[in-house]
Write a protein that binds this ligand. Structure first.
Ligand SMILES: [Cu+2]
Length: 158
């Protein structure tokens, strides 16, 4: 087991702990994260998109994200403008409705890793730390892979 895998395994254990066994204070919202995925960085580029599904137990807001593999991680929205897909940082973060799955997906809201010095390659994992307005932070281990074929390729339009 290499160091990256070992680190990922311990982070997974932490995340499991946060969302499960140790019950938070009654009424405190928790956020669970599923299907975390980051695209491999395109050759010669230091930016890439990450996707996942967030479900908050109570109304909350994703306010910031960081990763040891990126200088910055921004929360972006995508929208069509004059027939072009534009991206913009959500400076106030991403609102999460209580009990509702909030997708971060290609072509929609997503996380953008900036300043990725060591390329992300398919098959490895990357750690993301998500900070919320109310819920405890969640550490996520995302796998690095291309999203399913046919989905909008967000990086190409970046
Ligand atoms: Cu973006």
């Amino acid at each position: 087991m290499n160091r990256t895998l070992a680190a990922a395994a311990s982070l997974l254990a932490l995340a499991a702990c946060n969302s499960g066994d140790r019950a938070p204070a009654p009424g405190a919202p928790t956020v669970t994260v599923a299907d975390a995925l980051c695209r491999p960085t395109p050759k010669g580029r230091q930016t890439t998109g990450c996707y996942m599904t967030l479900t908050a137990s109570g109304e909350d807001r994703l306010v910031s994200v960081e990763s040891p593999r990126a200088k910055y991680v921004q929360i972006h929205e995508s929208r069509m403008e004059s027939n072009m897909m534009m991206m913009q940082q959500l400076r106030d973060g991403l609102p999460l409705a209580a009990g509702q799955a909030t997708p971060l997906a290609p072509g929609g809201n997503h996380l953008m890793m900036l300043g990725v010095e060591e390329p992300l390659t398919t098959g490895e994992t990357v750690t993301l730390k998500l900070t919320f307005a109310t819920a405890a932070p969640v550490e996520v281990t995302a796998r690095v892979a291309q999203p399913a074929a046919g989905e909008y390729d967000h990086v190409a339009a970046h």
